[in-house]
Design a protein around this ligand. Structure first.
Ligand SMILES: CC(C)(COP(=O)(O)OP(=O)(O)OC[C@H]1O[C@@H](n2cnc3c(N)ncnc32)[C@H](O)[C@@H]1OP(=O)(O)O)[C@@H](O)C(=O)NCCC(=O)NCCS
Length: 160
């Protein structure tokens, strides 16, 4: 658990949080993850962290670390709380966690249509390193994905 000021707290998911998290997921994405995907990520001990203000869930991330690479699987902010800097905050917390545990590279995929998220990632220093045709399920058919990467500094540390 990590206090981030302004009443914001970052905490690992508990199983009892999953209904709340999944409710935000369903509102935030046209094609959301299922409850089961969140459950599997929790059981697999991925980096599953949620941002709270009191009882209010503001957002969350799910990341996976493999050797010296960190992969962002989900980053989401409650649609009622967009453009308040929370996505940037969550992204920086994930990067801090990854670099603090020795990861040298951060990777992610983003839908070609998701220009807002791409802007957030580029602002953090991510650059496109690949393109995956038909990577994502869409409401109709499939959608292409952009692969982005960022080299991580090694001096950061976090205690989430
Ligand atoms: C993408 C997402 C996490 C951004 O969260 P957020 O809290 O609104 O983002 P922030 O307020 O931290 O934005 C930081 C910067 O990112 C960029 N940005 C974020 N959303 C943007 C948008 N819709 N359009 C353009 N730029 C955007 C801007 O540069 C912004 O800085 P500014 O507000 O000073 O201009 C949020 O829109 C979201 O949860 N979307 C649904 C889920 C999703 O698509 N996740 C990403 C999957 S790859």
């Amino acid at each position: 658990m990590r206090s981030l000021g302004n009443g914001l707290v970052l905490k690992p998911f508990a199983k009892s949080d999953l209904d709340t998290i999944h409710a935000v997921e369903r509102r935030a994405y046209a094609v959301p993850w299922s409850y089961g995907v969140f459950y599997d990520c929790l059981i697999a001990r991925y980096d599953c962290q949620a941002l709270w203000r009191g009882e209010q869930l503001l957002g969350y991330f799910v990341g996976q670390r493999v050797l010296d690479e960190a992969h962002l699987l989900n980053l989401c902010v409650d649609p009622d709380c967009h453009r308040q800097g929370l996505g940037e905050l969550l992204l920086q917390e994930w990067l801090l966690l990854a670099s603090g545990s020795g990861c040298k590279k951060a990777l992610l995929e983003v839908r070609v249509s998701n220009v807002g998220a791409q802007t957030l990632y580029r602002k953090a220093g991510f650059q496109q390193i690949g393109y995956r045709k038909g990577y994502y399920p869409a409401l109709e058919g499939r959608e292409d994905g952009i692969v982005m990467a960022l080299a991580l500094p090694q001096a950061l540390s976090a205690s989430v």
